[in-house]
Write a protein of this length. Structure first.
Lengths: 73, 599
């Protein structure tokens, strides 16, 4: 369908986790799972925001839709 | 599905068809699905006619398959409930292979119930949304429950909630309020406020702290894992607020690993004595990861309960401490049961010698707490100071003998002045947490403090502490920062951020609608918060498993808790859906692509 990104930011992920939890270590491919988790989180957020926008009968995602979506999650 | 249809249809003679069905399924197991249909048809004579119609109608109503299947399932489920045993077998094996035939089976129902079709269809759309909403709520509840379940003691929960609440209160007073709070934290807040309102006489507090300590102690004694767990759980509880809090402080004092320590000092500067007390405790609680301070936190709780000054802070402290209690060695706790401050403190100090850095933290906390108390407590404070001085002496031999002598004379000087002692504690705390070099620097600085604040009477000590305090962190900061900076004042933050383009692409793809710039910024903020929470969750899980490295199982556990991975939705399916091929291959050891399986 679309052109998917081929490379996920593995090093950035590791840096972010290091930033918050410097003493925590990551297994070899665990960051991929973390990325998967992140994608699914965005997925859920997007679905919720889309639902909110529909309920507002708006065709565009507005910030308030996103905020209320984030509160639900 | 087939089974269900067949069984639901003939209600007149339930036994016979059941038997035949059962036989049919057992025989058909090894066979191909198509054969199965036919065999079942053969076995069930009374249903033959119906099945013929099934087959014929099959071709006609392919479109209605999806809707009718679910419909049919629902109806069949109701009726089948009585005849469950056999159906379970059938469902699992049949479902995958016989979707087509099920569609055909659906046909007669659809033919019969066409009038009802439309309503269920619309209902389903609504149900899905409501269901999703309900799922979200359930997830939230389950997540909240999971967190509740995870924590080892109810008091631990209370402490975490209290600390988060306290932090929120502090945040609101001190810094700009962030527009989005975690819902969990909000729930906790609302739950906490009634608790706060009920607080508490000192007796109750001491009771609570005692009870909590008693419960916490054996747990703490049991395993070191428990300590990490308590800490991390508390952290996970406080994650959103704690880290926001700390992160906000980070810009105030340039970011280093010693941020939290610096934050403590910043807090001491900015906050009122009241807040300072609780803030310090929270900071210490937050920094409990670095060092176990539970024993002395208990010690502090005792003192607080006795003095009974500030209900909120004291309550927070007690809960804080009870929460960190599991993480501490048990020895201190016993010592902390002393009734009076001074004798109790002395006893505690004597007993607590073995705890090392714990002593320092507790001292700092106790001293900071004392500062928060009214100046009426001078006598006690002096006693405490003396005790703390003693503790200093006691502590030194444990940590580094070289510093003992340097600190000892300083501590004696400091005896008379609350603020300096407190600063010493803070400094010592910092150094305990940081490198030994820093500690030496700090110890060098304490005499400056002592002399600077030498003139201040005890009464005004809290106020003087603030002007005195800024000197220390500033002085401390400079030596800390200079070596790392290479002379230039320019910062190189380079904070790791997820690429905006990635977020934009993923979000736009999932949402399938144009997104405004502001909305997108919100998404970015959410993702930052998400990562924070994710990292603390992962840490909690990993520590719970007694490991220091996050493994795949931990991340999977996280996804399970979030409801992404279920029994119906295994992890590998998710991997295959969302990750590109190269990573799939890495994560799933067997499957390479589509249908090929390479062992």
């Amino acid at each position: 369908q679309r052109k998917m990104r081929r490379t996920v930011p593995r090093s950035t992920l590791r840096k972010i986790i290091k930033k918050y939890k410097p003493q925590l270590r990551l297994a070899a491919n665990a960051d991929l799972l973390v990325h998967l988790n992140f994608l699914l989180f965005l997925h859920r957020l997007a679905e919720e925001a889309r639902t909110n926008a529909f309920e507002n009968k708006s065709k565009i995602i507005k910030p308030e839709h996103t905020i209320s979506a984030a509160k639900v999650l | 599905m087939l089974k269900r249809v067949i069984q639901t249809q003939p209600q007149v003679s339930p036994l016979k068809p059941q038997i035949s069905n059962h036989e049919g399924t057992e025989e058909a197991h090894p066979e191909l699905p198509s054969k199965r249909v036919s065999s079942m048809g053969e076995l069930q004579l009374p249903d033959l006619a119906a099945e013929d119609t099934f087959v014929t109608v099959f071709h006609l109503n392919k479109k209605r398959k999806k809707v009718s299947i679910s419909e049919f399932e629902r109806a069949a489920d109701k009726r089948l409930f009585q005849n469950q045993a056999q159906s379970t077998l059938d469902n699992t094996t049949l479902f995958r292979s016989l979707r087509m035939s099920v569609g055909s089976l659906m046909a007669p129902d659809t033919v019969e119930k066409r009038g009802l079709l439309r309503r269920p269809r619309n209902r389903k759309a609504i149900d899905m949304e409501a269901f999703e909403g309900g799922v979200e709520q359930n997830m939230l509840k389950s997540n909240a429950q999971n967190y509740l379940v995870d924590s080892q003691s109810a008091s631990g929960i209370r402490t975490t909630m209290m600390t988060s609440d306290a932090e929120i209160v502090l945040n609101n007073t001190e810094l700009f309020v962030q527009p989005q709070l975690n819902e969990r934290s909000q729930n906790k807040l609302s739950a906490l406020e009634p608790q706060l309102s009920h607080s508490k006489t000192p007796a109750q507090r001491s009771k609570i702290s005692d009870a909590a300590q008693d419960t916490a102690r054996p747990e703490g004694l049991v395993s070191g894992v428990g300590t990490d767990e308590g800490r991390t759980q508390r952290h996970s509880e406080n994650s959103g607020l704690d880290q926001e809090h700390i992160d906000r402080m980070a810009p105030v004092s340039p970011g280093t690993p010693a941020n939290q320590q610096e934050d403590q000092q910043d807090y001491s500067q900015q906050s009122n004595p009241v807040e300072q007390v609780s803030v310090h405790e929270e900071e210490v609680a937050g920094s409990a990861e670095h060092s176990a301070s539970a024993g002395y936190s208990e010690h502090l709780e005792k003192e607080l309960a006795e003095e009974a000054e500030l209900q909120i802070t004291a309550a927070q402290d007690s809960r804080d401490k009870t929460d960190t209690a599991p993480s501490a060695g048990g020895g201190l706790a016993e010592g902390s049961v002393g009734p009076h401050v001074s004798p109790g403190a002395e006893h505690e100090t004597a007993k607590g010698v073995g705890a090392g850095s714990l002593d320092r933290h507790s001292d700092a906390l106790s001293s900071s707490e004392k500062s928060g108390m009214n100046p009426l407590e001078e006598d006690d404070e002096q006693d405490v100071l003396e005790d703390q001085a003693i503790m200093l002496d006691l502590d030194d031999p444990e940590e580094e003998p070289a510093e003992d002598e340097s600190e000892h004379p300083e501590s004696q000087e400091v005896k008379n002045f609350e603020s300096e002692v407190r600063q010493c504690r803070l400094d010592l705390e910092e150094t305990a947490m940081g490198s030994s070099q820093q500690r030496r620097e700090v110890s060098m600085k304490t005499p400056a403090f002592v002399r600077a604040a030498a003139h201040n009477p005890l009464l005004s000590a809290p106020r003087d502490e603030k002007p005195a305090a800024p000197k220390s962190p500033v002085q401390l900061l400079k030596p800390k920062e200079v070596p790392g900076r290479s002379g230039t004042s320019q910062r190189k933050p380079r904070e790791p951020q997820i690429a905006r383009s990635l977020i934009k692409e993923v979000f736009s793809y999932f949402v399938k609608m144009p997104v405004t710039r502001e909305a997108f910024k919100i998404v970015e903020k959410c993702s930052e918060k998400y990562f924070k929470q994710l990292s603390s969750d992962l840490e909690a899980y990993t520590n719970h498993a007694g490991r220091k490295t996050v493994e795949m199982a931990d991340v999977e556990m996280l996804m399970r808790r979030q409801g992404l991975v279920t029994d119906k939705m295994p992890l590998n399916v998710l991997i295959e859906r969302h990750l590109p091929l190269e990573y799939r291959r890495l994560l799933i050891p067997v499957a390479v692509s589509g249908n090929k399986v390479i062992p």
